[in-house]
Ligand binder design. Structure first.
Ligand code: GLN
Length: 484
């Protein structure tokens, strides 16, 4: 029996599983070491906004008692997990990266959090993110940006930047993020970890602060496909608190991971490769060669409405956001502006002082596209385009089992590089937002590093509810090794 590894940053869920059961280490020891390590390393990235050590220790003690009593403490027993701050945690501040919720401590847990803890996971803390998940670089957080563990001068991606960075840095084994337009896959790509956006409705959104409800997803990050799959297994499935959560049975994702992918039909959407910078393009091309060596049949396909995805998303997402953010008014949840003498003045002052620039920009855009006279011209048209984008995917999946594409046109960019130009920032989401608009499962799996050492992820999309097929392909790719 090999000793339990001492290097916290390299721990995997599988090691923890056997380490606990073979009594090489206790859950309390894991919690203590993981917390100490995360707290010591956090200043390098600012990935965590808050630690909840007591909560992790309490779960660890329960896990140890269950083990001592010969009971099964759950598939994620003793696994340190970090939670994006837009996901509610009972008794632990959930600021959503916003000044407005700087002092907000929710009285309940999101369903995904509750399920993770029930599976034995140790909640280490809450991770930094763009305010209300609006952004692609984590620079819209009210609590300072996150630095990319691979290069501190660069962004970790966004909006789930903290959740991707802590897993890459090794200050959590796995984490939860949210994805509305790419916020799991893009930071996973930038930080060199696995990030999974499940089918819309596969994971309950109960307890996720709503950004754009018809596009919001909760999903996992891990340093391996296995660890991300393990988390997805624990959080997926119907939840009576979320009417849009699906009752479709949850298959055994782990069973899919060892399967052979020979004969799988892969589509490469030509629209995602036109004009792709070579740095990223070369790595994806090598990834595709690896898939061919694994016996996949690769063919070119077309998703013809891709070019409309960015405008379509920024109409629908801002419309929904303007409505969802109306609740932060100084009466409920939030801090309240002082020195305002009327109710209307108090609303204005609270929201004016509390929201950052990006949220204000989106509230204005969203209110505009929903306003009388523009509703049909923008909002209704965008909904139609969304249907066309979903149809593109449905038609493609008549002939292929999976679609493979880049995640982002470029690897991690420098802090400050795009903050002056919101349009350029929006365009960096071009390959990810289609998946959210269509509601199909999609993920980023590491595909190698650029010559400068920056990670690049490869994106995989599959049919609605075929997370198993997607994870199966990603696991085979991971096993083959990125240099293929
Ligand atoms: N970057 C996109 C945006 O700014 C996506 C955000 C997300 O997925 N939460 O809206």
């Amino acid at each position: 029996m090999t000793a339990f590894p001492s290097e916290v940053a390299s721990w995997t869920a599988a090691q923890i599983y056997s380490g606990l059961r073979e009594k090489q280490i206790s859950a309390a020891e894991i919690a203590t070491a993981a917390l100490a390590f995360a707290q010591a390393e956090n200043p390098k990235t600012n990935a965590y906004l808050e630690f909840c050590g007591e909560r992790a220790m309490a779960t660890a003690r329960t896990v140890d008692q269950q083990l001592a009593a010969g009971k099964d403490p759950g598939p994620l027993a003793g696994v340190p997990v970090a939670i994006k701050d837009v996901i509610m945690t009972r008794g632990v501040r959930s600021s959503c990266g916003s000044r407005l919720l700087e002092r907000f401590v929710p009285p309940y847990d999101a369903t995904a959090v509750e399920r993770l803890e029930r599976a034995g996971a140790l909640l280490l803390g809450k991770t930094n993110c763009d305010e209300f998940a609006m952004g692609s670089s984590n620079e819209n957080s009210a609590f300072g940006p996150v630095r990319n563990p691979h290069d501190p001068e660069r962004v970790p991606g966004g909006s789930s930047g903290g959740s991707a960075a802590c897993v890459a840095q090794g200050t959590a084994v796995v984490s939860l993020g949210s994805d509305t337009g790419g916020s799991i896959r893009q930071p996973a790509s930038f930080c060199g970890v696995v990030g999974v956006t499940p089918t819309y409705g596969r994971v309950s959104r109960y307890g996720l602060a709503a950004f754009a409800s018809s596009l919001d997803h909760i999903g996992p990050f891990g340093r391996s496909v296995h660890d991300a799959a393990l988390v997805l297994q624990a959080i997926a499935g119907r939840d009576e608190h979320d009417a849009t959560s699906s009752a479709a049975p949850v298959p055994d994702y782990l069973a899919a991971l060892g399967r052979d992918v020979k004969g799988k039909r892969i589509g490469l959407p030509k629209e995602y490769f036109e004009g792709l910078p070579t740095e990223t393009g070369d790595l994806i091309a090598r990834g595709v060669e690896t898939l061919k060596k694994l016996g996949c049949e690769v063919r070119e396909i077309s998703l013809p409405n891709t070019e409309y995805a960015v405008p379509c998303y920024y109409v629908i997402a801002t419309a929904e956001a303007s409505s969802n953010l109306a609740r932060y008014d100084g009466v409920r949840y939030t801090i309240r502006a002082r020195d305002a003498n009327t109710l209307a003045a108090m609303y204005r002052a609270t929201r004016g002082q509390g929201f950052g620039d990006e949220c204000k920009r989106r509230i204005m855009l969203g209110t505009y596209v929903l306003s009388h006279g523009y509703y049909d011209a923008y909002y209704v048209k965008a909904q139609r385009v969304r249907s066309l984008i979903a149809r593109d995917f449905a038609q493609a999946f008549e002939n292929v089992d999976a679609i493979v594409a880049p995640v982002s046109p470029s690897p991690a960019f420098k802090l400050g590089e795009k903050t002056g130009d919101p349009m350029e920032m929006y365009l960096s989401d071009i390959y990810t937002i289609t998946g959210d608009l269509a509601g199909v499962p999609c993920m980023s799996v590491p595909c190698g590093n650029t010559p400068a050492g920056l990670p690049v992820g490869m994106q995989i999309f599959t049919r609605h509810f075929d997370e198993a097929g997607m994870l199966e392909l990603a696991a085979a790719f991971e096993r083959a090794g990125v240099s293929g």
